[in-house]
Design a protein around this ligand. Structure first.
Ligand code: MOS
Length: 736
């Protein structure tokens, strides 16, 4: 099925199941510990040996020699895999560095060996016996230093120019020119990267934790140098990904190579201290934002530049993209520059581009409002646009940023905010409020599914879609139940297996809308097949309460499968509606913080997100997505920072003791409001993404609240107390 014209009324609009706050159908499996995560697939792949990954101890250079003799002779050891023993390997399309390094080393903790043994402890112990002689080379590890040598990225990331930015900016009566930095960040998901691999002849099955089953299948095949149909990927449950599991990583490749060498199933999990340098991370940015406005607050010029680094052949962090679409203004420019750094590979992390981009842009908007002596909400509303500001003939499919800001202002009690920084106190706490806009594009992706009706009236949905903790199982079940007119307990959902039809996968907040649209397409076909079997006119038949009816005649759905299961398969693909209309999701984040006037400690006191993101398929799961993203935004604002060792080229704080993320005690009560919206341009589901929207803008709202509380403007994330305390002296005196 191809989606080429705006959606009209369809069975989803009944909203008997879709759109209702629904508990996760996979909840009991998870709360009882019986959902098999990758490392626990012991039933599917019994008697697996254990693999232990060894990471490179240098950031750049080569392995001169690697002596595996002692490790091979150690108790219980079954095999040692190195680049030398593995033979020729290809490289996946999605990786910048090789997953198995050697002899050349491209980054610190790049995998250089897998030791396979009967037990985990034996593998770990033997791994210490590897004798590796390195020849280290100097590398570039400092973005600020490499910045001057940064170049325009090669593929598809051009500078944008509209009108005359330089002239308009120079002539603007009110101007801001400010630079901001965001640090390298790590996904730090709960479940480490983990895989079990087993060969059957020339075919390998890998039970893994991967967001994008089909990408993983293709890249693993390319890396192993085998045809794609010789690889099966199984990834039914994933303990968080945030972009860190979009691609096949070292543990999956090494499990496959280890299983081949040991001739039995092998399981490999990355240890926590390996994850930070071995896998991908969100690259640090240096961003410069310039805004020029007339005295009435209308933006006349807006410019955003971003510098980031990556390994040779890598990609920039696309931190300027939202600035092309978020605010009006006739004169505009954006540019990205990419420096070669020899740090571990940079790549997508929740809302890549927008998350760090809005961390800068939305402080800049606050600073500009301050200069204009305008309320920051009023300033944003004044500069709203209904069309793509670079291509005014191209409207947004839906754009309710103003509604988000206004609704949030009322619900959060914005009126109580003191425009003057440092004006509100609660004992020793300086109290402030901040706001930021949220913006994230809505991407639509081709997605297929297979649905089956059996003689018990049960609908089984199969698609290689993944559930990374987001609630995919549940919204897919809701979609099938709505389409076939059955209750949720009559639907079985099977996900995350490359034997199933290829889905959109989980990434870029496209999964919810795109994967359910694929299920919708398959269900349309199943309805046709069922109507045909039961002798109904498909266009007239009603599917409800487990019955199929037309006029006076009503037959149980299950009757269609009396002589055998009825199966249908289809996909949803897209025409050019996403080109004619800009599809984006919008929101507004409101935060109240307290800053300790003596120590500079920041505590978030209240948070509210208002989101306009199309139809919300499951308000309960969507709320969970948004509060999780808000929590991640608190981490970005106040804590998260991979600290670069600029001499040796690695992230120093590579565990959860040193890489701090928020814990429950850091997070106050959070409110989420979804505006009632449907977007007929997105798909027949009329839904859009929301899982990434929730993080976009949060960190800036917090930084803005800290400014409002203290009068100290921090432009270098994270906003830690050392950056505040020097500016608080006056406040402490005032208290005394
Ligand atoms: Mo997302 S960062 O595309 O998983």
């Amino acid at each position: 099925m191809k989606f080429t014209t705006p959606a009209t009324t369809n069975p989803i609009d009944q909203l008997k199941v879709v759109g209702r706050a629904t508990d996760r159908i996979d909840g009991p499996l998870k709360t009882t510990g019986t959902a098999p995560y990758a490392y626990e697939q012991n039933k599917a792949a019994p008697h697996a040996a254990y693999g232990y990954v060894v990471g490179a101890a240098i950031a750049k250079g080569r392995i001169d020699a690697i002596d595996t003799g002692a490790a091979r002779r150690a108790p219980g050891v079954l095999a040692v895999v190195t680049a030398e023993s593995a033979g020729k390997l290809g490289k996946g399309k999605m990786n910048t560095a090789n997953l198995l390094g050697g002899p050349d080393i491209q980054h610190y903790h790049q995998a250089i060996a897998l030791v396979v043994a009967e037990t985990f402890e034996q593998a770990r112990s033997a791994a210490q016996l590897l004798d590796v002689k390195y020849v280290a080379q100097p590398g570039a590890f400092d973005l600020a230093q490499a910045r001057s040598a940064a170049v325009k990225p090669k593929d598809g990331k051009p500078d944008s120019k509209t009108g005359n930015f330089a002239g308009a900016y120079a002539n603007a009566p009110v101007r801001l020119d400010a630079s901001y930095t965001t640090p390298d960040q790590s996904h730090a998901m709960m479940e480490p990267h983990a895989s079990i691999a087993a060969w059957d002849g020339d075919k390998v099955t890998v039970w893994t934790a991967n967001q994008m089953v089909d990408w993983g299948r293709g890249d693993l095949a390319r890396t192993l140098g085998v045809p794609k149909d010789k690889v099966r990927i199984v990834s039914p449950y994933i303990g968080g990904g945030f972009g860190g599991k979009l691609f096949v990583r070292a543990e999956a490749l090494l499990a496959a190579l280890g299983a081949r060498a040991a001739q039995r199933p092998v399981k490999v999990a990355l240890t926590r201290p390996l994850m930070f340098n071995n896998t991908t991370h969100r690259p640090a940015t240096i961003q410069r934002v310039r805004i020029g406005a007339a005295r009435d607050g209308k933006i006349t010029a807006i410019g955003h530049e971003s510098w980031s680094g990556d390994l040779k052949g890598g990609q920039p962090e696309t931190a300027v993209m939202q600035t092309r679409l978020l605010y009006a203004g006739p004169n505009r420019m954006t540019a990205m520059r990419l420096a070669v750094l020899d740090l571990p590979e940079g790549n997508a992390m929740r809302a890549p581009g927008e998350a760090p981009g809005l961390m800068a842009l939305e402080i800049a908007m606050d600073e500009m409002a301050d200069k204009l002596k305008m309320d920051p909400i009023v300033f944003r509303i004044l500069n709203d646009t209904k069309v793509d500001p670079e291509k005014p003939g191209r409207p947004f499919s839906q754009r309710r940023l103003i509604d988000c800001l206004r609704t949030g202002a009322v619900e959060f009690g914005w009126k109580a905010r003191q425009p003057q920084p440092g004006a509100r106190r609660d004992g020793r706490w300086l109290v402030g409020m901040g706001v930021a806009a949220a913006f994230r594009n809505n991407l639509v992706m081709k997605s297929a599914a297979r649905v089956r009706l059996d003689g018990n009236g049960v609908i089984t949905v199969e698609t290689d879609m993944t559930d990374i903790g987001t609630g995919s199982y549940t919204i897919i079940a809701q979609t099938a139940a709505e389409m076939l007119g059955v209750t949720l307990n009559k639907v079985v959902v099977r996900l995350g297996d490359s034997d199933f039809p290829v889905s959109a996968g989980s990434g870029g907040q496209w999964g919810g809308n795109s994967a359910t649209a694929g299920v919708y397409a398959a269900c349309v076909r199943l309805r046709q097949a069922i109507a045909g079997k039961l002798g109904f006119d498909e266009s007239q038949a009603r599917f409800s309460d487990g019955q199929v009816s037309e006029g006076e005649r009503s037959v149980p759905l299950a009757a269609a499968a009396f002589h055998g299961d009825v199966v249908a398969e289809d996909h949803m693909e897209y025409g050019d509606l996403d080109k004619k209309f800009q599809q984006s999701t919008f929101g507004a984040h409101f935060v109240e913080v307290g800053v300790d006037s003596d120590t500079g400690e920041v505590r978030v006191r209240r948070m509210l997100a208002v989101c306009a993101a199309g139809r919300i398929l499951n308000p309960k799961a969507a709320r969970s997505q948004v509060i999780g993203a808000m929590t991640m935004g608190v981490g970005a604002a106040l804590m998260e920072e991979l600290v670069v060792d600029r001499r040796r080229g690695y992230f120093v704080n590579h565990d959860l003791a040193g890489y701090e993320v928020p814990v429950h005690a850091d997070i106050p009560h959070q409110d989420v409001i979804f505006l009632d919206e449907t977007d007929p341009m997105s798909s027949p589901m009329k839904a859009k993404g929301v899982g990434e929207l929730g993080i976009c803008g949060v960190a800036a709202a917090i930084a803005n609240a800290v400014y409002n509380a203290t009068g100290v403007r921090v432009r270098e994330y994270p906003v830690t107390l050392d950056k505040l305390i020097g500016g608080l002296d006056g406040k402490v005196m005032a208290r005394a």
